[in-house]
Structure formats: C-alpha cells, structure tokens
Design a protein around this ligand. Structure first.
Ligand SMILES: [Zn+2]
Length: 170
C-alpha cells in the first residue's frame, strides 16, 4: 500500500553503512536534527561513500564474479534502490552518514569527509528533487581510541533552517 503521510507521518531517508556499531549514535543524532520527522527509511550499503570516491568506476571490479558483482554494478544497484524510496515515499529530508573503521570503504577520516561531500553532490545531480530537501551530512567515529562507543558529528547542514521554519509553521 502506498505511503500515507496523514496515517504514517512524515518520512525522511537515511543513507548509511550497515555496520551495527554505528546505528545507536547515528539514530540519536538524526532524531535530534530532524525532530519533525516521524519515520526514517534507511538505505544501507557497506561504506556507501566509497561508491562516490574519485576513480571508483575505473578501479578493478571486485566482489564475487559468480554473482556478477562488480564495483560499477554495486553503485548502479545502490542508486536503483534509492530511486525506489525517492519515488514511492514523500521523502522530506535526507541524512548521509559515513564512518570510521568501515570495512566497506576502509580509509582515513579526511577521505571519508571528501567522499561524503562527493556523494552529496552526485546524489543532488542524480535526483533533482533532493535540491529542495534539507540535508544532513555526518561522520561517525570512535569516541576514544581502543574504547567502545561511537559518536556522530555533523559535517554539513544544507537547507536545514528552512525545514525547521516549515515544521514550526505547521
Ligand atoms: Zn562501514
């Protein structure tokens, strides 16, 4: 059944890694940053920012050839999955999160920050309606080296003020 905003409430889209260690921190932050959003669609991929790093498509394919998995096909599949949510649901906000110690995209924090920004630019170019949506870009890292626990920090807030003004006027 189609998403009914009157019945189900407002809905945002979160794009993050599937790594379970980071979920409590990212969920806490997005609920604080988007208090007007009731539900969050969550699209996970192993290190989704890695799909958008410079030169990704030209790198050697990886994955299991038995299943025809290549880097390019993984990115195409990710974008196709995202288009389902963007088309079927009245998405009112977007949250992009990347994280430290990522098995899907192992690199340092600066690279994650750069690739998160590239991901934001490319998604805005691919899905024009995103240009209207408030967008939060975050990075999740260990609170302290060699200690349990992660914290999510804001890299950039885009169009967030207008979202807050809109929810206040409803
Ligand atoms: Zn990860």
């Amino acid at each position: 059944m189609a998403y009914d905003q009157r019945l189900d409430g407002s809905i945002g889209l979160t794009i993050t890694c599937g790594d379970g260690r980071i979920q409590p921190a990212t969920d806490k932050l997005r609920r604080e940053e988007f208090p007007e959003v009731i539900n969050f669609d969550t699209l996970t991929a192993p290190g989704p920012d890695g799909y958008f790093k410079a030169g990704f498509d030209s790198e050697a394919p990886h994955g299991d050839p038995q299943f025809g998995v290549t880097k390019g096909s993984r990115k195409a599949s990710f974008l196709a999955d995202m288009s389902i949510y963007m088309t079927a649901h009245p998405t009112c906000s977007l949250h992009l999160d990347v994280h430290e110690e990522c098995a899907g995209h192992p690199c340092d924090l600066n690279q994650h920050r750069n690739d998160a920004m590239r991901m934001a630019h490319e998604l805005e170019a691919t899905f024009p309606q995103i240009g209207e949506l408030p967008m939060l870009i975050t990075i999740t890292r260990r609170i302290e080296a060699n200690q349990p626990g992660f914290v999510t920090e804001v890299i950039e807030r885009r169009r967030m003020e207008s979202a807050i003004a809109q929810s206040a006027s409803v």
